[in-house]
Structures are given as C-alpha cells and as structure tokens.
Design a protein around this ligand. Structure first.
Ligand code: ASP
Length: 264
C-alpha cells in the first residue's frame, strides 16, 4: 500500500466483499445443514504476530470487524458462538440477526431436493460453491497483513468452525516473511496449517513461489480440489495458486499501473 497500514487495507477489501452479498461471506454466506448462517473470519498483522479469529458468528455480517476488535482488545486469538454478540456490543457494532440471502436460500432449497446429504454434498463439489474471501497487503510501513471472511462450507454441521477463524490455517502474517490467506476445504487447510506453511516458505522464496509450494504440499498430502492460497511477501510480490478448477483473484500490478483480475 502506498499509504496506511496493510491491516486497514486488507480489512477494508474484505469488509467490502462481506457487504456486497456476492460471495460466500457476510450478506451472501452459504448455509448450514439447518439452513442458517454461521460466519467465520480473522485478521492478522505481521508485527508481533498480532491476530484473532471468530467462529460460528450469528450476530453480525462482518466477522472480520469483530475479529479486529478481539485482536486489539483481548488477549485471545479465538472467540466463538453466541457470546460473540457480547463482544460485538462492546465493539460498538450493530447487532443483527443474520439471515440467509435470497440467493443462498434458493440454492439451499435446490440442495435439499437431493435424495441424501451425500448427494447434496456431491452437488456442492461439482458446482464449486466456495468463494470465501480474503485479502493480503503490505502497508507503507512494510508490515504484511491478512484478513479473511466466510460462511464456511455449504451444509456444514451447525457449530462447525473452519480454517478462516484459525490463525496459521486460513490466515497468517509475519513481518519477517509475508502474509497468506487460504480458501478451500477448511478441514484439510487446518490439517496442513496451510497459511503458516506458505509464510514459512517465504523465508527462502518469493510470495508467488511460496503459494505454489504450499498448494503443492496440500495437493500431495490431502489430494486435489482441496485448496487455494493468496500470498504477499514483504517485498510486495503477490502470489496465487490453487488445485481446484478456478479461484477468483485480483491484485494491483505495479508494472502495469492497474488492477488485474483472473478466475482460472
Ligand atoms: N475455507 C472455507 C471453510 O472451509 C470455505 C471456502 O474457502 O470456501 O470454511
């Protein structure tokens, strides 16, 4: 970022996507097996490994803002469930009774028509219904940061918390290396500590190469169609890699002097 902190930048990008209703997060989140919205999110700032996540949030469409508050106002790195509302109140956030969007509800009804839960999950896989959102940035102070937000996985068990709430899994930032943010099957991403791994690779290599290596690792150990990752190293070199068919991504290309977006 030319001006300001990487954390403010990454959080602003994610908040915008939470509000848009166009992704699997915030107002557009996917639904649990019971047809409800439960959101996860996290922020991390490379300086001193500051960060926090929130899981299974039902009181705000912006878990990323709540995570930022937890990071700055408590000594904890993970808060979950109904009591999140107490902290959202303390944070001065508006308490909302989060509800499925029209389009998420319509998708849910289609999935519910499948003969079994297994068949419905197969359909989720086929349609590539992911779209967790995340952002990584290096601030004008040279400190990397990451932010992430998601509704999790379609038809997840109520109470399930995924990688996007967990530092090291869905998100990581370290001022010695860079920042990373993952998407995909949360359970596999957690088992691989994928974002931490990508940042560790950045000790010896660039952001783009670290993303490739991290996805290489998850593909080898957990199989294809499991994950994607975005990275930025402290020199500002951005990377993105995935073992799924597609992963929407966009970045500012300094050489071209404009933003670039890609899906495949
Ligand atoms: N990683 C998210 C989760 O498992 C889902 C996704 O990225 O689409 O909660």
């Amino acid at each position: 970022m030319k001006k300001g902190s990487g954390l403010d930048g990454a959080q602003a990008a994610v908040s915008f996507m939470e509000e848009s209703g166009s992704f699997n997060c915030g107002r557009g989140a996917c639904l649990t097996a019971e047809g409800k919205v439960e959101l996860d999110g996290a922020v991390m700032w490379g300086k001193g490994l500051a960060g926090a996540g929130v899981g299974s949030v039902t009181c705000t469409y912006s878990p990323v803002s709540l995570a930022r508050w937890v990071m700055e106002n408590t000594e904890h790195v993970l808060i979950g469930g109904e009591r999140c509302a107490d902290y959202a109140r303390l944070a001065g956030m508006r308490i909302e009774n989060v509800q499925p969007s029209k389009s998420s509800w319509a998708k849910f009804l289609v999935l519910k028509k499948e003969k079994s839960h297994a068949k419905a999950l197969e359909m989720v896989r086929k349609l590539n219904m992911g779209e967790t959102v995340g952002a990584v940035a290096v601030g004008s102070d040279g400190i990397p940061a990451a932010a992430v937000s998601t509704g999790g996985r379609w038809l997840k068990l109520p109470g399930r918390v995924g990688d996007s709430a967990i530092l090291g899994a869905g998100i990581f930032a370290d001022s010695r290396t860079g920042a990373a943010c993952a998407t995909g099957t949360g359970e596999e991403i957690i088992k691989c500590a994928l974002s931490f791994k990508a940042c560790e690779y950045m000790r010896e290599t660039s952001g783009p190469e670290a993303a490739r290596k991290a996805v290489g690792f998850v593909t080898k150990t957990r199989g294809r169609d499991t994950a994607g990752i975005i990275t930025i190293d402290i020199r500002g070199r951005v990377g993105a890699s995935f073992n799924t068919e597609a992963m929407g991504r966009a970045w500012y290309d300094q050489g071209k002097g404009r933003a670039v977006a890609k899906i495949r």
